[in-house]
Design a protein. Structure first.
Ligand SMILES: Cc1cc2nc3c(=O)[nH]c(=O)nc-3n(C[C@H](O)[C@H](O)[C@H](O)COP(=O)(O)OP(=O)(O)OC[C@H]3O[C@@H](n4cnc5c(N)ncnc54)[C@H](O)[C@@H]3O)c2cc1C
Length: 380
């Protein structure tokens, strides 16, 4: 093969599609089944937004990501991307609101600023405090992560990629003469010119030699049944939102969906529940549900209600919360996509394109200096 991909989650499935479409011979290896729920890319919905408070460098990538999401949406005939608008709620002087407003102004993204009374009048489920403000970003919405991954995998296969599920990579190495790479699984030994490693929460295991301390955080997601029915939770009245309820503590959620996922999904982060994919407690306790309901009572009281479903998920942080999308610092035929630091899914479409560029030509026209794999070594 030309390229082996280890990990066919959000990023790995996207690059499998990009490479296969560009006529590369691809072998993909995945530890679990297609679009599974053991990693970081499941739970029915992921926020996508453009007014990025995290860093201005992400905005051009996001604009391209939207184009590529629309492409795969069309190609697959699926509805992967839903634009609902998005509310970035908080206090006016700093944090999520201020950063998002700055980004919306700098990049001339369509938006409105709402005070607490306007917020509550238009979006009646929310209970803002008097000094709360909100940015309404018009282009925000959500993606369906499992369907997106399945669409990438289907298209990759259609273009000839050879994808193997339930076949974890046990070991990888660069051949001693530097001519290629080798990956060993229980079933076979694969060789190729190059390797892409997109390991999600398994980064420490597969990238032990890269010298980057990844941290994995356990997150619980909750699906609530509103006390007064779903009227106030349709997307026009309840778009995606990210609410900084306390300094750096964020409550976020999605409108009710008609895809069989019953309930209104909400979650809170950071939790600082550090774990590994082996040690994570995948059960959400009654105490956690009670804690979530207590928070909802203050901010969205109709969701202090029955919890229909819960699931856990893992965030994988790099030391500076920016991605690592680059050549491996020691091996020029190994490419790494890791450390998506709780905000990666919306970029999967464009990360796939970037990784394919790096694999085929060794470089990309996309701005990825922020994502260098050597940046942590340089600091110490
Ligand atoms: C609760 C939660 C909410 C989030 N909300 C958002 C959001 O609203 N918007 C947003 O943009 N981002 C969000 N994120 C972050 C985003 O989902 C992640 O950044 C993204 O999904 C990471 O994709 P990935 O490909 O790195 O990991 P994954 O999709 O987990 O893929 C990694 C894959 O590698 C496989 N693998 C591991 N080891 C091996 C091996 N040895 N051999 C073969 N395969 C292997 C795994 O099985 C897995 O399939 C959220 C994350 C969580 C957990």
């Amino acid at each position: 093969a030309d390229t082996i991909i280890i990990g066919l989650g959000g990023m790995g499935s996207a690059v499998a599609y990009q490479l296969a479409r560009r006529k590369q011979r691809v072998v993909g290896l995945e530890k679990f089944g297609p679009a599974h729920n053991r990693g970081s890319s499941h739970g029915g919905s992921r926020i996508i937004r453009q007014a990025y408070y995290e860093h201005p460098a992400y905005v051009p990538l996001l604009l391209r990501a939207y184009e590529l999401w629309r492409d795969i949406d069309q190609l697959s005939g699926q509805s992967l991307l839903s634009i609902t608008g998005g509310l970035m709620i908080g206090s006016s002087d700093e944090g999520v609101f201020q950063g998002s407003l700055q980004s919306a102004e700098d990049h001339q993204l369509p938006h409105e600023v709402l005070n607490a009374a306007q917020l509550q009048a238009r979006f009646p489920a929310f209970r803002p405090q008097a000094d709360t403000v909100a940015l309404l970003e018009k282009a925000a919405g959500f993606l369906h992560p499992e369907r997106s991954i399945q669409a990438f995998l289907d298209q990759a296969t259609r273009f000839g990629a050879d994808l193997h599920f339930f076949e974890p990579a046990l070991q990888w190495q660069v051949l001693p003469d530097g001519s290629g790479v080798q990956v060993i699984t229980q079933q076979a030994t694969y060789e190729a010119e190059r390797l892409i490693i997109s390991p999600g929460a398994w980064a420490s295991e597969l990238l032990a030699d890269i010298g980057i301390p990844f941290q994995v955080e356990r997150i619980a997601q909750f699906w609530m049944a509103p006390t007064n029915g779903f009227t106030n939770f349709q997307s026009a009245r309840f778009p995606i939102f990210l609410w900084e309820i306390e300094d750096n503590i964020k409550l976020y959620g999605f409108p009710a969906m008609d895809d069989g996922t019953r309930g209104v999904k909400v979650a809170i982060y950071p939790t600082e529940q550090w774990c590994t994919p082996e040690t994570i407690n995948r059960t959400v306790s009654p105490e956690e549900i009670a804690g979530m309901r207590q928070i909802l009572q203050t901010y969205i009281p109709e969701l202090n209600s029955d919890c229909l479903k819960t699931i856990t998920c893992m965030h994988t942080f790099s030391p500076d919360d920016h991605f690592i999308v680059a050549h491996h610092p020691q091996h020029k035929n190994v490419i790494v996509a890791a450390g998506f630091s709780a905000h990666g899914f919306k970029f999967a479409s464009v990360i796939g394109e970037i990784l394919a560029d790096l694999a085929i030509t060794g470089q990309t026209n996309h701005p990825i200096d922020l994502f260098a794999s050597t940046r942590f070594a340089a600091e110490t």
